[in-house]
Each structure stands twice: as C-alpha cells, then as structure tokens.
Design a binder for this molecule. Structure first.
Ligand SMILES: [Zn+2]
Ligand SMILES: [Zn+2]
Length: 645
C-alpha cells in the first residue's frame, strides 16, 4: 500500500489508500488544520484527494504561493455564492485569480453600488464563519450544461457547452452553491479569513466589446488579517501615487480620446523630463561604447516575413497599409532594422562587438480593455539596443549591459533589484550546444557581478535565454523594466555573417536589450515611485522665484534670468497674490525649491530658500543657492553622489 515521500525526503507508509488530509493529520495536528491542498507528483489536488499508489506529496498551506492562490480562487467562489444569495437574478460567469486578488464577472441589470459591495462582503463573512465544507463532484458535460441551464445560468452553460463533449466536468459545491471549476479549493470556507472587495468595473462578456457589458467585482484575499491590512495600506499609497492623477495635476502628459486610446501626448512639463531622460540615456550609452541609430517607422511587410514577426507576432501588429501595390507594416520592434544596417556590408570579426542603440518608437496593438495610462499603451519608445558579437564575447557583453543597467537604474533612484535568469524552453531554435554555452555565459556574467538571481528553468523565449531585472519602487511594488535577451533566431533568418580570423564566415550572436523598457512606462513608474516629487535632476521646474509685493518684481525677474542663464529650469510667480497662497500652490506642484524675495532679500541681493518639504533653508546669496542646486543635480535620483563609477 502507498508509500508517501514528503518534500524533506522522509517516507510514510500506509496500509490502505489515504487522503491528503489524512497524511497531514498523520504528520501533526497543526498541519492538519493548515492544509489547504496537496501537491501530488507536482499536481495540485484537494485535501480529500485519495492516494493509493506510491507518490511524492507536499502539503500546501497558506505559506505557499500556491496556497495563497487557492485562497484567492476560493474567495472568488465565496463572492459568487454571496451575490447569488443576495441577488438571485444575477447570473454568474467567470472568476479568475489575478495579482494580489481575484475578480468575478456577473450579468446584472444595474451597477453594483458601494453599499451592495458592503452587504456582499458581510454575507461573505457570514458564509466564511459558518465554515461550510467544500465538495467536489464530477459530471458529464451535457449533464452539467443542463444543470446550469435549469438554474437560468446561461453564461455558465455556454462556457461548459464549449468544453469537448467527452470531457468530465468537475463541479465544486459549498452549501447551496455550485460552480464549474478545475480546483483545487480550500477544504472549507473557514479557511477564508482575510478578504475585502475593492471595486466594481464594467467588463465585456468574453472580453469582446461587441458583447454585453458585465459587472466585474474585484477583491483581494490574504492568509491573515495582518497581511490584508498591509496590502490595503499599500493600495492606498498606490492610489495616492497613481501616475494618471499626478500626470494631470502636474500637467505632464495626456491620452487624447480624440486621437485614440493608448497613444501618449507629452505636455511641455513632461517633455522637459523626457528630454533629461533621453539626454542622459544617450550620454551613458555613448560612454559605454554604443553608437546611435535612427531607423524608419514603417517597412515592407516582406521584411517582417523574413524576421518571422508575421508568424509569431501577428496579433500585436497593426494591419499593413497598401502603397504602390506593396504592403507596408508599422514597426512593432526595431530589431530587423538594426539587422539591415548590419547587413549593409560584409562585417569582419575586428568590428565585433557592434553595439547599436536607438530610442525607437514602436506600435503594438493592445486590446482597449488592457490599456492603462502610461503603463500599457499602443505607441511607445523603447530604449532599445542590439549587440552583435562573437560567441566568446557573450559574457563580457552581458556584464557590460548589467553594469550599465544597474548604474542607470540607481541614478533614477532605484536601489533594490530582483534578477531572473530564464533558460531553454521545450520548443526552441538553435542547438543544445549554443544554448548551453550562452546560458553558462549569462550565469558567469551574473556571478562575476555578484548578483543573486532566481533561475526560471525553461522560461526563456524560443530564440534564446534571457536575464530580466525588476526594480522595487518606494512602496515595495516591483516593476519589470530591463531585459537582456540572447537571440539565435534572427541571425539565422537573416543569414547574418562576419568574416572570422581564419577567413571563414560565421554567424554573430545577437543580444537585444532595453534598460528602461519604454520611456512612457518608465516615466509612469518614476511618477509613482517619486509620487511626483521628482529629484531636481528630473523636475520640470527646479525653482520658482516668488515676490512678496510688486516692488520686488524686477529683482525676481533678474534672479530667475540669472539662474536660467546658468542652465537651470526656473520660473517666476509675480502674481498679486498672498505669498502664503503662492507657496502653497508651488508646493502642490512639487517644485523642489521656492525662492522668496521681499525687500530685505532685494536689498541684500539674496534669496530666502524653502524646500518643497516645507523646510526653511534661510536666506542665501544666489551663488550659495546655485551651489546647493548643483550638488543636488550631481546626485541625480540617488540619495548621495555615486561613488562606484
Ligand atoms: Zn474554482
Ligand atoms: Zn531587439
């Protein structure tokens, strides 16, 4: 009878078939209580799943990522049960787990109000404290369709009807409520202790705007109240930092519905920040041995056939346009263009590595429902570059890219990183030999830089292994911006070559890399990271000169002009308003320095300096202020001047 091997390698023998719950109880009462599911030979199952053969088993608890996911998934069911009890005429559809929570879509004649959410949440609390057991049953497809149709659940019936007829359907039930589900689920609703419904939004049935609009209720769920509270606090912080709101308050950018969704308009103040980002980016790349390229925005469709994009990237590409009976394609990527420049003449090994960088604007089709401020757009500028090198240069080149990446991200104010290395997936191009060599080179580069990383076995793209760098922002959220990706595919497709030392023709290795990702999205991350309080380096206005009365208007202008002449971004506010009012307004605009000038300052030729944090820095000569501002600029986004470079 079954011998069960636990994750620590220990074995337990049983005389007859046992459930996951039995094994948990056999290990100890604490685990019996905490068990949410089991992982049997890698597959997630319910705690009442019966094991009758020798197998490996891990007990899944809320400490496990899988456990948290099961809690969120089960809470989505709890939500649907509560909604059906309170609003029997609502119809259920789907309820997946998302990052930090879940949602459930309902067909309902009206919008759920905040009061509705409150009563739904209360009902969920009641159902959870009743600790109702969750049970699983299996039905034939047609029986399941009939069951839900009889209940008037047309959407559910439609989903099940699209499953192949010979498949068995698993249905989960708790009390009076049943739902189609693959599972697994918590053993009983008492395991759902910390949840909250967060908002309601409209969503189209099956994500298609031609279909009817449903009501999507979002919620979050955590293993305990403490984790829930911490998350809600983070959410509140994130709300305050929402780049769309700050972008409007500070007049940085907009999305113009008249032009279409997902297309970004940089307003003058946002454009000033972008210019700083771009100038800095270009300077750093030139210092790191890159050359800059500029390439077109459209190209013949045939180019995208050669590159393979028309096959594997079609869904993200705009429909081609016809001109002179030829098809042209708006570019979704810059890569093939850089390849064409490489191909313009025969290359020698002496030229390698070639490093070409471009702030290349690309267009990708995204579903309108997926668009989100600057974070998910349809037109954006990648801070792109391609390195063409020989196999034995991979490690050095990747080290160089890592150095540049981390140094630049630190300059933008990020201090914590998470690095992932993704290796060969099942379906891949290129020989095992080149994959091995490249993966070893990437590991060597990470080790040489002393970077800790998480290995994502099999998580690479089909054309090569990659390194991703995530940054952690001021409120602990992580954002994936940088990626360094090896490519064995494009050089093959374009038959790229170089003449090696021995006169033979060889294929170069291609490395794609973007450090910020896209300027638009990175700008969005910066706005949220700084909550609009940009360091002086990036601030669209670094200082405002404020006069107290009209008498100092000329002096205020002179001060501003002198600072502008020295290259600073400075404005004046000479309005006939109370000084307190003006200070408040520019503080709300997050201007780093406010320079107040009254009679006393005018006579002494000084400025009274206030920081946007409200700190009174005292009166100083203009040179003194310039020194202070210059020291600030030298730090860029860091808390101190960089010493490691
Ligand atoms: Zn489920
Ligand atoms: Zn590329």
């Amino acid at each position: 009878m079954p011998i069960i091997t636990l994750p620590d390698g220990s074995e337990r023998r049983f005389d007859e078939p046992v459930s996951v719950a039995d094994v948990a109880a056999d290990i100890g009462p604490g685990l019996a209580k905490a068990a949410l599911a089991g992982r049997v030979d890698g597959r997630l199952v319910d705690t009442d799943f019966v094991i009758d053969t020798d197998t490996k088993l891990a007990i899944v608890t809320a400490r496990d990522d899988d456990g948290i996911e099961i809690i969120r998934h089960s809470t989505a069911h709890l939500l649907a049960q509560a909604v059906k009890q309170l609003y029997p005429e609502a119809q259920v559809t789907i309820g997946p787990v998302i990052e930090d929570g879940f949602y459930y879509d309902f067909a309902f004649e009206r919008t759920f109000t905040p009061e509705d959410l409150e009563s739904i949440e209360n009902r969920m609390e009641e159902l959870a404290s009743a600790d109702v057991p969750v049970t699983r049953e299996v039905m034939d497809r047609d029986a399941a369709v009939d069951y839900f149709r009889r209940l008037g659940e047309e959407y559910k019936a439609e989903i099940i009807a699209s499953i192949p007829a010979n498949e068995q359907i698993s249905i989960y039930g708790q009390g009076d409520w049943k739902d189609l589900c693959r599972g697994p689920h918590v053993p009983s609703t008492g395991h759902l202790r910390a949840f909250k419904l967060t908002k309601v939004a409209g969503a189209y049935w099956r994500g298609d705007s031609r279909n009817e609009m449903l009501q999507r209720i979002y919620g979050t769920a955590w293993p305990d109240k403490k984790a829930l509270k911490a998350y809600l606090h983070r959410l509140e912080e994130a709300e305050k930092r929402d780049h769309r709101r700050i972008g409007q308050e500070l007049d940085l950018f907009s999305i113009q519905e008249g032009a279409g969704g997902g297309l970004v308009f940089w307003h003058p103040r946002g454009a000033r920040i972008r210019r700083v980002m771009e100038d800095y980016w270009r300077d750093r790349h030139i210092d790191a041995g890159y050359e800059l390229l500029y390439t077109p925005h459209i190209a013949l469709e045939t180019l995208w056939q050669t590159s393979g994009h028309t096959d594997f990237y079609r869904e993200s590409m705009y429909t081609p346009m016809v001109e002179d009976e030829q098809l042209y394609q708006l570019k979704p990527m810059n890569c093939p263009f850089h390849v064409l420049v490489y191909q313009d003449r025969l290359r020698s090994y002496r030229e390698l590595p070639i490093r070409w960088a471009e702030l290349g604007t690309v267009y990708r089709h995204e579903m309108s429902g997926a668009l989100h401020g600057l974070m998910r757009v349809r037109g954006f500028t990648q801070d792109d570059a391609h390195v063409f090198c020989r196999e034995e240069q991979i490690a050095d080149e990747v080290m160089g890219v890592l150095d540049l990446t981390l140094s630049m991200l630190r300059d933008f104010g990020f201090e914590r990183f998470e690095v992932n290395l993704s290796t060969k997936p099942e379906k891949a191009v290129g020989s095992d030999e080149i994959w091995d060599k490249a993966t070893i080179a990437l590991r060597a580069a990470l080790d040489a830089k002393g970077l800790e990383y998480v290995l994502d076995e099999g998580g690479g793209a089909f054309y090569g292994p990659k390194i991703d760098v995530k940054i952690e922002d001021a409120i602990g959220r992580s954002w994936q911006c940088s990626t360094i990706q090896l490519d064995f595919n494009l050089p093959e497709r374009f038959q790229m070559e170089y003449v090696a030392e021995d006169g033979e023709r060889r294929r170069p290795i291609m490395i794609h890399r973007a450090l910020l990702g896209s300027l638009e999205r990175f700008f969005g991350v910066l706005i949220e990271h700084y909550a609009g309080r940009f360091p002086a380096w990036l601030a669209p206005v670094q200082a405002v000169v404020l006069n107290i009365t009209d008498r100092q208007a000329n002096y205020a202008n002179q001060v501003a002009q002198s600072l502008k002449n020295q290259g600073f971004r400075v404005e004046t506010d000479l309005r006939n308003e109370k000084i307190g009012f003006k200070i408040r307004e520019h503080t709300l605009q997050r201007v780093p320095y406010l320079l107040v000038v009254g009679d006393r300052e005018m006579e002494a030729g000084t400025v009274a300096v206030r920081s946007r944090g409200g700190e009174d820095l005292g009166s100083m000569a203009l040179d003194g202020f310039v020194e202070r501002l210059s020291a600030d600029l030298a730090k860029r986004g860091r808390s101190a001047i960089a010493t490691e470079e």
